[in-house]
Design a protein. Structure first.
Length: 185
């Protein structure tokens, strides 16, 4: 049975982007990116909202040279090899391989994916993830806390929901970033 994992790079005050929509402060350095790649190896499917997909589809068209940036090349290969399901009512077509559009978030369909897929699933984008949290579908919550306060913007986690979590693991990086991996009870 596959696990559904919410993973996000956030500011210390809990935002994935600031009030201007900027998230350049969240770009992982090589140490963090390498660790992130290892976390993504068991992932077989990405669930994205439209905006997250439009950000991530960059990895479909970029041409990273393996000898110039082995970590970015590795990530590009991982991303391209996974299936992508994009939840959008406005997106007409996808511009990446192994991708399809779903118009509505259906908790029953997500549970069926968890029951039948052999590889884990990640959910990206806070609005889409909020629906999965509220439906009780998320198994793990993985946060990369970046040592920056942005003071406002798009929150990583849903409001008006209470969930109990157990810390599974943590890791500190030289940049001051901290990774926290929680299992939902």
């Amino acid at each position: 049975m596959a696990k559904l994992i919410f993973s996000a790079i956030t500011s210390l005050d809990g935002y994935i982007e600031d009030e201007a929509g900027d998230f350049g402060w969240a770009a992982p350095d090589e140490e963090v990116h390498s660790f992130l790649n290892d976390l993504e190896r068991p992932i077989g499917t990405y669930l994205y909202g439209r905006r997250m997909y439009e950000t991530m589809v960059y990895w479909e068209t970029v041409d990273v040279l393996r000898d110039r940036s082995p970590v970015a090349w590795d990530w590009m290969q991982l991303w391209r090899a996974a299936d992508k399901v994009i939840y959008s009512r406005s997106l007409e077509t996808v511009s990446s391989a192994r991708s399809r559009i779903e118009r509505d978030f259906d908790p029953t369909a997500i549970q069926a994916m968890k029951n039948t897929l052999e590889r884990d699933i990640t959910i990206g984008g806070p609005d889409l993830a909020a629906q999965a949290f509220r439906a009780g579908l998320v198994d793990r919550c993985q946060l990369f806390l970046t040592p920056v306060l942005v003071g406002g913007g798009k929150p990583a986690l849903p409001k008006n929901i209470r969930l109990d979590l157990d810390l599974v693991t943590e890791r500190r990086f030289g940049s001051g970033l901290v990774f926290l991996d929680y299992r939902l009870r």
